[in-house]
Design a protein. Structure first.
Length: 255
């Protein structure tokens, strides 16, 4: 049976309180994973954990600012204390702020890079140290089609695009170093996904129409559709993949 290997695996999902992170947590839990849900809001994560438990799964909530090394280490320690191992890390947490390039402040640049890129580094490094001890593990990073090098630019998102491009470059280098330790590292580049993060786009009818016109499938993706890709990359179904970038964008990049 596909994904049978995920049963009793332990997964950490960052940014798990809503949107894609919540969908990823529900998907992995449904496939038998024990999950740690990390986000800035303990209460919101606890709601998702309760939802998983109501369905017969195992989950714990953890308040964590992934840009803070001490909090990341506390998150990893909690997973090890509660579950005894970490098999999967989904680096999903992120922020997106639309702002013209000439108006982005140094503080706004730093905050975006701290969460979207530094946070991924801190989580991956802390988790990989534990994975290396067991000689196995999977890290899945959530980037974006706004990562550069795909023939598409995004206005008013210079800091966001820089962070997402950095994720891809970092993941490729990590994959090379961690492969001998039995750890696979892959990245997903979603297109427009219907989550709270894109509420600004949905509120602007003209902007939304312009984006949908570029997507051959003529709709935004669902968080559950990205969760399906996460499950594939987290499982042995993708055992020969590392250092890869999977684009899931409804055909946007192919247009």
């Amino acid at each position: 049976m596909p994904y049978e290997d995920l049963k009793d695996k332990v997964a950490i999902i960052t940014g798990a309180r809503r949107g894609m992170g919540r969908a990823q947590a529900l998907k992995l839990a449904a496939l038998g994973c024990k999950v740690l849900l990390a986000d800035i809001s303990q209460d919101d994560c606890q709601k998702v954990a309760h939802e998983i438990e109501q369905s017969g799964g195992q989950a714990i909530a953890c308040q964590c600012d992934i840009s803070n090394k001490a909090e990341v280490e506390r998150m990893v320690d909690l997973a090890m204390k509660e579950f005894g191992k970490i098999d999967i890390l989904v680096n999903n947490a992120g922020i997106c702020q639309f702002k013209p390039f000439l108006q982005i402040s140094e503080q706004e640049w730093d905050r975006t890079l701290d969460i979207n890129l530094k946070g991924y580094f801190l989580c991956a490094q802390a988790v990989a140290r534990e994975m290396a001890k067991q000689k196995r593990g999977v890290i899945v990073n959530i980037a974006s089609v706004a990562m550069g090098q795909v023939g598409m630019g995004f206005q008013n998102l210079v800091h966001y695009c820089a962070s997402k491009g950095g994720i891809v470059a970092m993941a490729e280098a990590m994959a090379l170093e961690l492969a001998p330790l039995g750890i696979r590292v892959n990245t997903i580049a979603p297109g427009a996904i219907d989550t709270p993060m894109v509420s600004t786009v949905k509120e602007d009818a003209k902007m939304l129409e312009g984006i949908l016109a570029k997507i051959p499938l003529q709709r935004m993706g669902k968080p559950e559709e990205i969760a399906n890709v996460v499950a594939f990359l987290a499982s042995d179904e993708s055992s020969y993949m590392t250092g890869s970038v999977v684009i899931a964008d409804g055909g946007w990049c192919a247009d």
